[in-house]
Design a protein around this ligand. Structure first.
Ligand code: ME8
Length: 524
């Protein structure tokens, strides 16, 4: 069977500043799913990138005495470095100033223009530069942006408009159809209700161009108009996979990967992705994505972290302090994906010391150590003794893991997937405690039983490492390496790989340093 395409995206981030924990959060979540889907054999295309146009970016460039393009070119490497540091396995990195993107944007709006979905009009109203969003007078809250509470500026200019209002009904039908088919477009459900009631209230036509500044993609049919940054940015999801190119290879790529399986976004940008974006695609006669998943905000001391608010911490600092895998684990385990989550150093240290150092790292160390001590560092042969109830119980937990993990990942429930994995890790720890190999090692008579116990525990570790790998690729690869199991990154059928009993006897096992050193709470 040929692998099925699985196309997933993060938002493309504004280059008004550098990556922070919020943008890294979305990117890590998408990465974990991309890695998992590669391990289930899908042909994954994982896209992230940068949103380089708009007033906010032009302003940032200006403040730094650079041209907008120079500014973008100076920030782009900061994102690339951070993603590399965090082991992000994206297959492409789109920048909206790239030719391939600009060409696609122009092709798209020319098509909608030709088909009569656009008209010229006068716009008068308010604009929030930090959010790059238009607001009518009656939407303002105490004269401020209803989204972020910051100052808005009054604009009066000639704009092109997209007849978004015509799409309210088709959108409502679309949401309902997907619901009825059991594959909801908007996830999680709370967001769905929010979007549906917004659209039920009716939609206004959308201004799609700006004339009072020039840092954007020129609209091909209208002199002096540049594309409004949001409708330029949304198109990255199709231009990156080849939309708007004459090259047959690009056309084939578009055919293969579009529509996307999931767009990951923060809840702040859900209307753009769940209302404007599908309406744009409908107007262009293009297929609609499978789903948009909106996660919540990371909060520190009850406040949303953001670049503009300046209360952001650098991902590089945290990764250097705690390790990349621990960093990735904490955010996906401690915050329920889809809900807001408070993050803190204390909680992070607790997770690392508890789940990672004590449960997982320690399981590997003590087990590998015992293999070294009792079996010369080689996987013992378990065939000498029959399976006892306790062994079967561990095996049963391992056997149930692939299906539980798959169900959780299909629901974008990372915490659930990790919890299922931890059920195996904890069961194995208990099993070692109860079987007490150190006692079995005291007599030759119990040597076969000792071999069986260590084999069972090692096999559980082999399986647990597989399911830790999407979230913690480095340490999982290291566990497999220490067990002489080859490259975990090459696994393309995780279910088959997880089948019990595949650990070869006699494989050399290396003890190695602790996978997750304990963090000194007081020093933190
Ligand atoms: O909105 N908690 O870019 P952006 C969780 N360019 N996630 C957070 C967060 C927080 N405190 N702060 C930011 C844009 N994020 C547009 C997108 S897409 C066609 C264009 C994450 O740089 C979250 O994913 O402002 C949010 O949606 C994104 O960063 C906003 O990034």
């Amino acid at each position: 069977m040929s692998p099925k395409p699985f196309y997933l995206t993060t938002p493309i981030y504004y280059v008004n500043s550098v990556p922070h924990l919020g943008t890294a959060y979305t990117t890590i979540a998408a990465d974990a799913l991309a890695r998992y889907r590669r391990m289930t054999g899908d042909d994954v295309f994982f896209l992230t990138g940068l949103d380089e146009h708009g007033q906010k970016v032009a302003q940032a460039a200006d403040e730094h005495g650079m041209s907008p393009q120079e500014w973008c070119d100076s920030i782009a490497p900061r994102f690339l470095e951070t993603w590399e540091l965090l082991d992000i396995s994206n297959d492409d990195f789109i920048r909206t100033t790239q030719e391939r993107h600009k060409r696609g944007v122009q092709a798209f709006w020319t098509k909608l223009h030709d088909e009569g979905y656009l008209y010229k009009g006068a716009y008068e109203g308010w604009y929030c530069v930090p959010d790059e969003t238009f607001h009518a007078e009656d939407q303002l809250v105490d004269g401020k942006c209803p989204g972020c509470g910051r100052d808005v500026e009054f604009i009066r200019e000639e704009n092109w408009f997209f007849k978004l209002s015509e799409f309210a009904q088709p959108l409502l039908e679309f949401y309902a159809t997907r619901e009825a088919e059991g594959r909801p477009f908007i996830r999680p459900e709370t967001r769905r209700n929010e979007v549906v009631s917004f659209v039920e209230g009716g939609l206004k036509d959308l201004s799609i161009s700006r004339t009072t500044f020039s840092w954007g993609v020129p609209l091909p049919f209208a002199d002096n108009h540049v594309t409004y940054v949001w409708i330029d940015a949304l198109l990255n999801y199709i231009t990156a996979v080849g939309y708007g190119s004459d090259d047959p290879a690009d056309a084939a790529r578009f055919e293969r990967y579009w529509p996307a399986q999931v767009h990951f976004v923060g809840k702040d940008i859900i209307r753009f992705h769940c209302v404007i974006w599908p309406a744009m695609l409908m107007a262009a006669g293009l297929p609609l994505p499978d789903s948009v998943f909106a996660h919540g905000f990371l909060l520190t001391k009850g406040e949303k972290m953001s670049k503009s608010k300046g209360n952001a911490v650098s991902p590089a600092e945290l990764a250097a302090r705690f390790g990349v895998d621990a960093y990735r684990y904490y955010f996906l385990r401690d915050v329920q994906f889809g809900a807001d989550g408070s993050i803190s150093m204390e909680a992070m240290v607790q997770r690392i010391n508890g789940d990672l150092a004590n449960d997982w790292g320690n399981l590997c160390s003590r087990l590998f150590n015992m293999v070294g001590k009792y079996f010369d560092g080689r996987v013992p042969d378990a065939n000498g003794a029959g399976e006892e109830e306790a062994d079967a119980a561990v095996r049963a937990v391992a056997d149930s893991l692939p299906a539980r993990y798959e169900a959780a990942m299909t629901a974008f429930d990372y915490a659930g997937a990790l919890e299922a994995t931890w059920d195996l890790i904890k069961a194995t720890n208990r099993y070692i405690e109860e079987s007490a190999p150190w006692n079995l090692a005291k007599s030759d008579e119990t040597r076969a039983r000792l071999a069986a116990v260590l084999y069972t525990a090692l096999e559980a570790v082999r399986v647990a490492a597989l399911f830790c790998a999407p979230v913690m690729p480095r340490t999982s690869a290291e566990v497999w390496r220490r067990m002489s199991l080859g490259d975990i990154g090459a696994v393309t059928d995780i279910e088959a790989a997880a089948k019990w009993g595949q650990l070869p006897s006699d494989n050399p096992v290396e003890k190695g340093d602790p996978l997750f050193p304990r963090i000194d709470k007081d020093a933190e």
